[in-house]
Design a protein around this ligand. Structure first.
Ligand code: PGA
Length: 258
């Protein structure tokens, strides 16, 4: 079976207008095999429409980095699923560890956001991972199992067709205090990905188990991406630091080969 591979640039709160323009002036879409790779850019809310314009006729999509768990109303400063869908956003990153850490997001909030995203035909990219302490205590699988079932609570088998799971060990994220300049190894990430797939099997059916994309994130760069790409249960990468400049992101894309 041909795997569909997702290469997602999580720009976090980084690119400004000038750097966004420079990025798209230099990225070479014609080098990308769009039959095998789906490229997704996740800018800050304010630049979603600009990014869509800069993508133009090229084959790539845009993800938001968050949305609010209520459909509409008096929630100053928040952005709704419908508003994102209205402007052409196709994906939304939910449950990123930075949102869990700095904004106290819980699995229950993330679950509510997933439901709203799906209602408005946005595809959630649902992030989960263990902390450094949890890893040291050998709790990785337990934490992942808990987060997966809580985030996907009451999500139907049919809706799973539109969900991407991102395994992001928190300690491996390049800006995390516990990061030693290292990503997880492809081999140990593969163990967790396989475990996630096994859990999907107990929550859903064999189709969901086989088809749900499970991508890896945490210090992915042009040098290590090839190792992750080769792993059986890794269907793409979520890239932070190495996606900020077109030259390094282009190399990540080009070096991703299954
Ligand atoms: P990183 O970020 O590639 O800089 O480690 C990944 C992420 O936070 O999604």
């Amino acid at each position: 079976m041909t795997k569909k591979n997702y290469i997602i640039a999580n720009w976090k709160m980084n690119l400004d207008l000038m750097s966004l323009n420079i990025f798209f002036n230099h990225i070479k879409f014609d080098e990308i095999d769009v039959n095998k790779k789906e490229i997704i850019f996740a800018p800050s809310f304010v630049f979603i429409e600009k990014t869509l314009n800069l993508i133009g006729d090229n084959t790539a999509s845009v993800a938001a980095q968050n949305l609010f768990w209520e459909a509409k109303g008096a929630y100053t400063g928040e952005v709704s699923a419908k508003q994102l869908a209205d402007i052409g956003c196709k994906y939304v990153i939910l449950g990123h560890s930075e949102r869990r850490e700095f904004f106290n997001e819980t699995d229950e909030m993330i679950n509510a956001k997933i439901k709203l995203a799906l209602k408005h035909r946005l595809k959630p990219i649902v992030c989960m991972g263990e902390s450094f302490e949890e890893k040291e205590q050998g709790l990785t699988k337990k934490i992942i199992e808990q987060k997966l079932s809580a985030c996907l609570s009451e999500i139907s088998t049919g809706d799973m067709r539109n969900i991407i799971i991102a395994y992001e060990p928190i300690w491996a994220i390049s800006t995390n205090v516990n990061n030693t300049g290292q990503s997880d190894t492809p081999e140990s990430a593969q163990v967790v990905h396989k475990f996630l797939r096994k859990n999907l099997e107990s929550l859903y059916d064999s189709v969901v188990t086989e088809k749900t994309p499970i991508i890896y994130g945490g210090s992915v760069d042009a040098d290590n991406v090839g190792g992750f790409a080769k792993m059986e249960d890794i269907d793409g990468v979520l890239v932070g630091g190495a996606s900020k400049e077109s030259s390094s992101f282009q190399k990540v894309i080009n070096n991703y080969s299954t």
